[in-house]
Design a protein. Structure first.
Length: 144
């Protein structure tokens, strides 16, 4: 086992953990919008959302980015002239932005200030799925 493969395993693990959070947090928002602000259910959802964000999503995001950066710094691994790589990195930047946008919505929900519906969050829940599909397409097929 080479250090490259070990780092790649950890990178994939942290990406999967981060993606789970990106898929699940908007689903919690769907449930959160259907309960009364300040209710026991809202308080429970608030705790679940906070823990998911700070204990799983943030560490996984940072460790995904760090391990990806380490992989990219290994000589001969990355062809920076490849178009697919730039699309992938753009998608990763979108996921990072989406991650922080989810936190903004989480705070608004917890403060009773959210103006978004359950339907909105159901639709938003598909964003990371589509971005992940583009990333996988680029990384595996390398179309250009």
């Amino acid at each position: 086992m080479t250090p490259y493969l070990l780092i790649k395993v950890f990178h994939m693990f942290f990406v999967i953990a981060w993606m789970v959070g990106l898929f699940y947090l908007p689903r919690l928002f769907v449930y959160h919008t259907t309960v009364a602000t300040g209710s026991e259910a809202a308080n429970l959802l608030s705790v679940m959302e906070r823990r998911l964000f700070y204990l799983i999503m943030m560490p996984s995001m940072f460790l995904s980015l760090a391990s990806g950066l380490i992989l990219a710094m290994i000589p001969g691994i990355v062809d920076w002239s490849s178009g697919w790589l730039h699309i992938k990195l753009t998608c990763v930047a979108l996921l990072v932005a989406f991650n922080f946008l989810l936190n903004r919505w989480r705070i608004a929900l917890n403060n009773g200030e959210s103006c978004y519906s359950a339907t909105f969050f159901r639709v938003i829940n598909e964003v990371p799925t589509l971005v992940l599909l583009v990333i996988l397409f680029c990384v595996i097929i390398k179309p250009f």
